[in-house]
Design a protein around this ligand. Structure first.
Ligand SMILES: NC(=O)c1ccc[n+]([C@@H]2O[C@H](COP(=O)([O-])OP(=O)(O)OC[C@H]3O[C@@H](n4cnc5c(N)ncnc54)[C@H](O)[C@@H]3O)[C@@H](O)[C@H]2O)c1
Length: 276
């Protein structure tokens, strides 16, 4: 991808203090955007903003809890105050800490506080970020919004009931925003992310789980944060100017194949042939 395709643009990335959001913030800045690094963890937001500035970019660290509408309104105002406009919103923040994931189980065993938190941070938070950045985008002729969603939002699974519902909501929200503000120059898309090894997952996810998931991806390796950030930069830029209302799988083919493919592949390997 060429450098400078986001020159002159201002981006807001939520949950940008760590993981995929941090990489998205760095890559958007690499392409020329001035970036608001928004996270509930102010220190990690500052650290990512400092990395961007050390690399020659412009960044603003903002400690913001996306649970709070007032904090989101203030965040958007602070970005416009500092950079004059908002062109890009990447709704990436999600409640994914260990306590949340352990409490978010199958329907009969889901902790109701975990359900509320997933819906409130992941879905309501993204909606509120749209609500308070879209008026600024409209004031300067439009923008691009990206929602970080997951295969869990599309396919049934054994656990993470609340997370899955929140991610399905984002696919719908992406289409609502596209339909409501498209004629005024706003594009809105979701990316359905496969399994990506951020720094935390590299260390914390057991090897057995990595191998189970890798078998279901069609690529030789699981995803990297950079592979996600490159797609976010594309959707943020005018290179994708005819894409809106879409949910784009960025998942190494995880959601593209038949559920029986992996056991069939093993069966064929055992039989020495794929003749059916
Ligand atoms: N990593 C993967 O394999 C994967 C797969 C599918 C989808 N995703 C999605 O990508 C996004 C990023 O995932 P990640 O793996 O980098 O997660 P992560 O847990 O590493 O990062 C999430 C960030 O969001 C911040 N955050 C949490 N609650 C917040 C709040 N209330 N207000 C503001 N910020 C808050 C955290 O502080 C953290 O910096 C998430 O939306 C996730 O659902 C990730």
């Amino acid at each position: 991808m060429s450098q400078g395709k986001l020159d002159g643009k201002v981006a807001v990335v939520t949950g940008a203090g760590a993981g995929l959001g941090a990489e998205c913030a760095r890559v958007l800045a690499e392409h020329g955007a001035r970036v608001a690094v928004v996270d509930i963890n102010g220190d990690s937001a500052k650290a990512v903003a400092a990395q961007i500035e050390a690399a020659g970019g412009l960044a603003l660290a903002l400690q913001t809890d996306v649970l709070s509408e007032e904090a989101i309104r203030a965040m958007a105002a602070a970005v416009v105050d500092r950079f004059g406009r908002i062109d890009i919103l990447h709704n990436n923040a999600a409640a994914l800490d260990l306590a949340q994931r352990h409490a978010d189980r199958d329907v009969c065993n889901v902790d109701i506080a975990a359900w509320d938190r997933a819906l409130d941070v992941n879905a309501r938070g993204a909606m509120l970020c749209c609500k308070h950045t879209i008026p600024h985008m409209l004031a300067t002729g439009g923008g691009s919004i990206v929602f970080a969603t997951s295969g869990f939002g599309q396919l049934g699974d054994i656990t993470l009931t609340s997370y899955a519902a929140s991610k399905a909501a984002l696919m719908s929200l992406a289409r609502s925003v596209a339909a409501q503000y498209g004629k005024q120059g706003i594009r809105s898309n979701a990316i359905m992310i496969g399994f990506v090894l951020n720094e935390h997952a590299q260390k914390a996810v057991p090897e057995e789980i990595k191998q189970i998931l890798l078998a279901q991806h069609l690529t030789p390796k699981l995803g990297s944060p950079r592979q996600i950030a490159d797609v976010v930069a594309f959707l943020a830029s005018d290179e994708s100017s005819f894409i809106t209302g879409a949910t784009l799988p960025v998942d190494g083919g995880f959601t593209s194949h038949s559920p029986s493919m992996v056991p069939m592949r093993e069966f064929f390997a055992k039989m020495g042939s794929n003749k059916l």
